[in-house]
Design a protein. Structure first.
Length: 255
């Protein structure tokens, strides 16, 4: 179709777009003015009532994250909320819901920020929920998380050779207040801010004004964009980090 070769600019959530737009784009950096409190106060850990939390509304998606979570549940307890769990939480009114979610997540030691698709640079509100919350995020996605979150403040499933290795690490942190607090302390020492304006129409006007003498026609986006080029299948993503899961799922369903 001819119109595929008629685009002059791109508005995408990826960093290489002419106009980058993402409602959840942010970046965290160490605050040089942050001062640690001494001695450590471990009361916030002892007051936590939950271990691992997952909140989701999409239960069977392209990423297959639910299979990974089912495998995790064989060796660690996970509380599941939302449409995929035993009950919903925090209602539907957005402003109140955000505050409620942060308080609720803060009662847990770990929060599973697992994306529903494995695409380059794609992440959602699952990460922004954790800003300013004394809970360790466990992340899963095709994202360079160290470019968004401060290294040492999150756990990436890709750093573990198996699901069991991950859950063993979570058990270790859950039972070691000092090790857990070191991660939270580093998390507290970071400051996060939105990296792109939310009003992308203003960005578009600015781009057109600054490039009014520039003539370009971008290549057919189907040649470099879309799931075929920017995304990984669940099989490809889990290879090397959940091989046993892949083998078992192949016997049950098309994985």
């Amino acid at each position: 179709m001819k119109f595929w070769k008629s685009f002059n600019a791109s508005i995408l959530y990826t960093k290489n777009a002419d106009i980058t737009y993402s409602a959840d784009a942010f970046q965290c950096k160490i605050d040089p003015e942050y001062k640690k409190k001494s001695p450590f106060d471990f009361n916030y850990i002892r007051n936590k009532t939950g271990g691992v939390l997952w909140i989701a509304s999409n239960c069977r998606d392209t990423s297959g994250r639910e299979y990974y979570i089912e495998e995790m549940q064989k060796s660690i307890h996970i509380d599941v909320y939302g449409k995929c769990g035993r009950r919903r939480v925090c209602g539907k009114y957005w402003d109140l819901r955000i505050k409620c979610l942060k308080r609720f997540i803060g009662t847990y030691k770990f929060y599973l920020a697992f994306e529903n698709s494995f695409c380059t640079d794609y992440y959602t509100e699952k990460l922004t929920r954790l800003i300013g919350v004394d809970t360790i995020p466990v992340v899963m996605g095709l994202v360079n998380y160290s470019s968004i979150l401060t290294p040492g403040t999150f756990i990436d499933v890709r750093d573990f050779s198996s699901v069991k290795a991950l859950t063993e690490h979570l058990h270790y942190l859950a039972n070691n207040d000092t090790a857990y607090h070191e991660i939270i302390e580093r998390k507290r020492s970071t400051r996060c801010k939105m990296t792109y304006p939310r009003n992308y129409f203003c960005q578009l006007c600015h781009f057109l004004h600054e490039n009014k003498n520039r003539i370009q026609t971008i290549p057919d986006p189907r040649g470099f964009w879309g799931s075929k080029h920017q995304c990984k299948s669940r099989h490809s993503f889990f290879k090397g980090i959940a091989n046993d899961l892949i083998k078992r799922q192949k016997k049950k369903v098309k994985f």
